[in-house]
Design a protein around this ligand. Structure first.
Ligand code: GLU
Length: 513
């Protein structure tokens, strides 16, 4: 039994800088977990002045999705995680850049062929002619005998002349890796520490499929090596594949990059990987719901990493993370996606944002064009008006798409509400009417110049209320908003303006007659 040690902590390329990669299989959308993996690689490269490569792993022909690569690259660049090398966005164009290309695996088929031929020539891999039926029967028998299903090496034991005859006859076949059972594979995972797996558990993996395409295992090893990758950070879903990769590096006589497996993002049950059913799993879904790009980044990085040193800081910009990111802070345990925390973080960013910028972001996202605003009277659709509403809402707005939702009365001419809610506590209709008439008389007298001063409006009304604040201000606020809960009457008056405000008081009074 021999031990294969695969870790060398000084694993850097000639320039002494790390080269890392994010290697997605384009599925048509960017999962938040993939974005997080991309971010960890990107941050590690930035922190150490290294290179972050984007390679496209598109060798599974059955899972190809039209435009998927292009969309993925654009999504990543949109999030500010553009690659230094590989497939990346240059201006408006998706291009390939770098000396180690092509960076799309489907364009590298001849390279894989060459390396797999080398392994076959050395007896480290072999052609397998087994039919799907034979493999199926074999697996069923193994399962019935309570064995883990694994290829039985049938074709590794074929006579040389039989293999030659089959190859000459162009019999369909795959190429399998010839794994020697019984070795212990030990490696130090950058996140998990020492991991030990016995090759008894490692299958004779298919390296090249019958269509001439490599499997993920062959392609990932060949490419990471040829592209000079020094550190691999990937999802823990790939941990079971790592022993196969270590054995492949050994078979080729190559040095294994350092490797770390980051925990998966779990859905609310804390067990299964976060999926669409858990209220969204793709980056686009979150953006469409009005979460900010910088919030998703901040949130995702902290979901599986912390800055250490007892720090309780939770708000980090991407550039801040670029300077402090450290592999030591990566967590082993799976991280549960906490929607409440995401909401909290989004509202914290919204609160801290300059009003103009907040306005521009909502406009760009198309949220002002939603029905609520679109069907409002035209004077309630002006930028000036929307900015005023936004100033009121900013404090409590959780997501950009929720603009106006809490306070629809800002966009409606006629409010429908039960007149019963106009009265403060047990006050009579008579008392309510008096309060509203008094408010009307005061508001009517405000000049245009006074109206622009929110503090002045507030001081005059507060003085008029005296020690009867509820009796006086409650009916006014309900008349203006039609709601039992809303921002203060002063804020609402200021936003609505004199005419709309008086009109609402008149309507309320009419309900009381
Ligand atoms: N192509 C794999 C994926 O889609 C990448 C695995 C790796 O990083 O080695 O996740």
């Amino acid at each position: 039994m021999s031990d294969i040690k695969s870790t060398d902590t000084t694993n850097l390329n000639q320039s002494g800088k790390p080269r890392v990669r994010f290697a997605p299989s384009p599925t048509g959308y960017l999962h938040v977990g993939s974005l997080r993996t991309a971010l960890y690689n990107y941050l590690f490269a930035k922190k150490h002045g290294g290179t972050y490569v984007l390679r496209i792993e598109d060798t599974d022909q059955s899972r190809l999705v039209e435009d998927a690569m292009e969309r993925l690259v654009r999504s990543l660049a949109h999030m500010g995680v553009n690659a230094d090398e590989g497939v990346l966005l240059d201006g408006e164009l998706v291009v390939e850049k770098g000396e180690y290309g092509p960076y799309q695996q489907s364009h590298r088929l001849s390279i894989y062929r060459q390396y797999v031929d080398e392994l076959v020539a050395q007896g480290k891999a072999y052609p397998c002619f087994c039919t799907a039926e034979r493999l199926d029967t074999m697996r069923k028998e193994m399962t019935a005998n309570k064995q883990a299903p694994k290829y039985d090496k049938h074709c590794a034991n074929l006579a040389e002349e039989d293999v030659k005859a089959l190859l000459d006859a162009e019999a369909p076949h795959v190429i399998r890796f010839n794994v020697t059972p019984g070795e212990d594979i030990v490696f130090t995972d950058l996140v998990r520490g020492e991991v030990k797996i016995n090759t008894k558990e490692v299958d004779d993996q298919v390296l090249l499929k019958s269509d001439g395409f490599p499997t993920y295992h062959l392609a990932v090893v060949v490419d990471d090596h040829l592209m000079g990758i020094t550190h691999i950070l990937r999802s823990e879903e790939w941990l079971p594949s790592t022993p196969k990769h270590i054995l492949l590096y050994k078979a080729f006589g190559w040095k294994m990059p350092e490797i770390g497996h980051v925990s998966v993002i779990l859905g609310p049950d804390g067990k299964k990987k976060l999926s669409k059913r858990d209220g969204g799993a793709s980056v686009d879904e979150f953006l469409e719901k009005g979460y900010l790009e910088e919030v998703l980044i901040n949130f995702l990085v902290l979901l599986g990493w912390n800055p250490g040193g007892g720090s309780t800081q939770e708000i980090f910009s991407l550039s801040e993370l670029e300077s402090i990111f450290d592999l030591k802070g990566l967590h082993k345990a799976g991280a549960v996606f906490d929607h409440k925390k995401l909401d909290w973080m989004n509202s914290a960013y919204i609160k801290a944002m300059p009003l103009d910028e907040l306005y521009n972001r909502i406009e760009k996202g198309g949220w002002f064009a939603k029905d609520l605003v679109q069907f409002a009277p035209t004077d309630m659709q002006t930028k000036e008006y929307l900015l005023k509403v936004l100033a009121v809402e900013q404090e409590r707005l959780v997501r950009l798409d929720m603009f106006g939702e809490e306070n629809p009365f800002f966009f409606q001419l006629e409010l429908s509400y039960d007149k019963g809610i106009l009265a403060w506590k047990q006050n009579t209709e008579e008392m309510t009417r008096e309060a509203l008439e008094k408010a009307f008389a005061i508001i009517e007298k405000f000049t245009d110049a006074e109206w622009v001063d929110k503090a002045y409006i507030e001081s005059v009304l507060l003085e008029a209320a005296g020690d009867k604040k509820g009796d006086f201000l409650w009916p006014l606020r309900v008349a203006l908003t039609g709601a039992e809960r809303s921002p203060s009457p002063f804020e609402v008056l200021y936003v609505l303006g004199k005419d709309h405000s008086l009109e609402r008081i008149v309507r309320a009074l009419a309900m009381l007659r």
